[in-house]
Write a protein that binds this ligand. Sequence first.
Ligand code: G4P
Length: 526
Amino acid sequence: MSLTEEIKKRRTFAIIAHPDAGKTTLTEKLLLFGGAIQTAGAVKSNKIDTATKSDWMEIEKQRGISVATSVMGFEYKGIKINLLDTPGHQDFAEDTYRTLTAVDSVIMVIDCVKGVEIQTEKLMEVCRMRNTPVICFINKLDREGRDPYDLLDEVEEKLNIQVRPLSWPIGMGKSFKGVYNLYDQKLNLFTPSQRKLSDDRKIFENLEDSELDQLIGQNPADQLREDVELIEGVYPEFDVSEYLDGKVAPVFFGSAVNNFGVNEMLDTFIQIAPAPKSRMTDVREVKPDESKFSGFVFKIHANMDPNHRNRIAFLRICSGKFERNKPYNHVGGAKPLRFSNVTQFMAQDKEIIDEAFPGDIIGLYDTGNLKIGDTLTDGENMVFTGIPSFSPEIFREVVNKDAMKTKQLEKGLKQLMEEGVAQLFTFDMGSRKVVGTVGQLQFEVIQFRLKNEYNATVEFHPMNLYKACWISSKDKKQLDEFVRSKNRHIAYDKDGKLVFMAESKAWLQMVQDNYPEIEFHFTSEF
Ligand code: G4P
């Protein structure tokens, strides 16, 4: 198969959702359709058990297990689908943000009872940064949820994206009868607890067909006709290019646990979701069908065994063909790297592979050379952009409790930050080190791992900080002046970039007003 054909048949995406909306369930149904698993219940939720919510050791163990399901590859109707898993626990949201840099599109699951929840909003912001195409799956229609029109309005408002329903529910909760596929005008009737994955849908060429009344009853049939007329009248015709530009989100309704509406969405997904696209580097745009290989690391998972500091680096291939054992340019690194142990993930299995193509995610066994954001190429010096760090939400000062182990502490901190466990900021004044995270759990993780793997003892002291803002200015003199006058609040990130550590929202606003020539950014790339 030619490189172009390999690219055309790939769809690399992630499912994102607020915890409990049904991401794991939907993942499982997609794998069932893809024939990658045979029975329901085979996909382990990466959600953290309530009983273990504060037991991060248990969580790390589960995360270790979930490496195997980090990427689930399967084939469906001739399309190679790479589904990237995202952590279920909110404290690991930063992992999710980075995973989103490696996908070409996203399916967002929304619970029809709860509507758009906070985590969904945050994830959508990340999608918007790269105009990632989004499909919405409104789930749990077998429950008495909110009115579908209200839900659509809420998605538009809260997620700031236009919506276009491509399927429509007939009833809801106890009266849920099925979904009508507006995209290919097929009707799928609901049988509760449907386990089989059949394709035998009753197709109605015309909703006026009186058989529809017999099948679902006259009132629901009339309601459906009315709804469809209204939708076709209110919403403009679905334009795939607007979806691909991230401007319009097609919406599907269904019930993942009952395997309902999933097929409609998957069939449409493979038709409309983008194949691997061009990606920007600091030098130029890279097209997937370029013959030379390139890719970037978006995730690193440490081996849980402290005696072996092996890590698995997850690399997204952006162009050309990746070949095992071929030396590649590690841009900015000390030497070319060659990988003999390369895995690809097919559903629950890992397999050693010899080659991989754009859109594929491969696992590279690494002994500490690679870090998140690194680029590998077949020669060219360029770095993929669009893999930013986001301002953390919780900050604590690192206090070294064993002065004899300062070197170990520095090495440990550096390596853990390279894995993306948290972000480190070093204050300009006094070189105080501050760790920033999205969740509380990370502090325990870092403390334990520093002790266990690096023999360094630390304590974390609370800090009154609101945000870390990367700063820049077109006027270098002004920037220097700002750094001088706000020196107590200036720090450097891991790459030595200037960061302003704001103590409160109001204060940040005041500083922004007072220094209009300074730009404040909430992500490390601007
Ligand atoms: P998550 O990964 O997004 O966190 O959610 P997950 O799939 O684990 O689903 C959360 C809960 O919602 C699960 O119930 C799951 O069975 C249920 N669920 C998923 N899809 C539907 C649906 O279409 N309808 C209804 N009624 N429920 C759905 P649980 O009680 O937490 O777990 P379980 O014991 O059922 O597995």
